[in-house]
Design a binder for this molecule. Sequence first.
Ligand SMILES: *Cc1c(COP(=O)(O)O)cnc(C)c1O
Length: 426
Amino acid sequence: MSDAKQPGFDTLAIHAGTQPDPATGARVTPIYQTTAYVFRDSEHAANLFALKEFGNIYTRIMNPTQEALEGKVAALEGGSAALAVASGHAAQLLTMHCLMQPGEEFIAARQLYGGSINQFNHSFKSFGWNVAWADADDPGSFRKALTEKTKAIYIESVANPSGQITDIEAIAAVAKEAGVPLIVDNTMATPYLIRPIEHGANIVLHSLTKFMGGHGNSMGGAIVDGGNFDWAAGGRYPLLTEPNASYNGLKLYETFGPITLAIAARVLGLRDLGPAIAPQNAFNILTGMETLGLRMRRHCDNALTVAEWLESDERVAWVRYSGLKSSPWHDLQQKYCPKGAGSVFTFGLKGGYDAGVHLVNNVKLFSHLANIGDTRSLIIHPASTTHSQLSEEQLVAAGAGPEVIRLSIGIEDAGDLIADLDQAMT
Ligand SMILES: *Cc1c(COP(=O)(O)O)cnc(C)c1O
C-alpha cells in the first residue's frame, strides 16, 4: 500500500497503536493485569535488562495496555514515540528529570494550570530545578529570562483556566535560538485542536485525565517525544548523551536517536521514580480516546453556544473565551485551532465574588468539582480551589482572580446547560 495518504484524525484515534491481540485475537486491547512477564530464556532476560532488545520486564516500566495507549498518543500528536505515566504531573516530573541537573533552570509561562505552578515553585525547587517565569502573551519575555543555565521552555498551548491561546511558533523560535527544547502542555487543546510539534514544539505533555480520556474516570499522563531535537548539540543534556552508569555505559542518544527522550523517561524516570499508569486506567483512556474527535467537536460547539449566551446576559460582567470575536486571543485561535477554541473558559459576574459563590452553590446539572475535560459540564471557583495556593498577584497573572468562574463545558444538550446557569445566577 502506498503511504502517500495519511489516515484522518478520527481513523487514527480509533486504530492507531492497537491491533487484534496477538495471543487471543481479542479485537479490543485487553487489560494486561499482570506485574511481570516470563522470559524466553536467560539470554532474552539479559538482553531486555541491557536494552539490547525491547520487551516487557515489569509493569512499572512497561505493559502492553500502556504500550497501545502510547502508540495512539504518539500517532495523534505526530511524535516519534510516547510514554504513558500515572498522571499529568508525573509526565512533567519525568520530563524535567531527563533534562535538569541541580542548580539549572527552565522558563515557564505564568499562565499555567495552578498545580503546575505549585509543582515548579515548590517540589521542583527542592530538587534544585529552578523556574523563571515569563508572560505567554509576550514571547520577548522568554528571551529576556534566558541564562546559561536555562535547559527548557515550558508553555501550555491553551492555558488552564484562562483558555488563552499561546503563540507557540513565536516561543518555539526563542527556544530554537537558545538551543533548548520547547515543552508544550497540550492538555486543554488535545491533538484534535492543536498539534504543537507542527508549530515547533520538541516535547508535548498531556494530562490524559482530562479530554484525552474524556470521561472523568481515570488518571493518566503522557510524554510525547517530538524526535526533532538534537540533544548532543551544545553538550547540555549529559543524562541523554553521556555514558550511563546504570546501563553499563550505554549512550542513550547515540543508541536511540529520535526516541531518546521517550526512552530516557521510561528506563531512567519510570524505572527509578516509579509513577507507572495502572493497566485498567490505560484501558479506560484508550477507550475514551477513540471518540476524541467526536467529543471535541461537540465540546467546542457547546462551549461557543454557552459563551455567546453568557456574553449577551446582563448579569455577566465579562467572558474570556478565545472563540468569541471579542477575545484578545481570537486571532491566535483562528491561527492555531480553527476547528474550535476548546471547552474550558472563564467569566465574571457583575455581582463579583458573592455572585460567583451563589452560582456555584445553585447549579444542578453542572458539577462543582476540580476537573476539566469530562463529558459532564463542570464548574469551579479557581481562586478558592485549584489555584488557592497562589498569591494574589499570581492569581491575576494566571487568569484566576477572585471573581473568576471556570467552566468546562461537557457534551450534554447546550440548551440544558444554559437553562441551568440561568436558574442559578442571581
Ligand atoms: C490537570 C492538568 C495537569 C495535571 O494533570 P494530572 O493528570 O491531574 O496530574 C497538567 N496540566 C494541565 C493543563 C491540566 O489541566
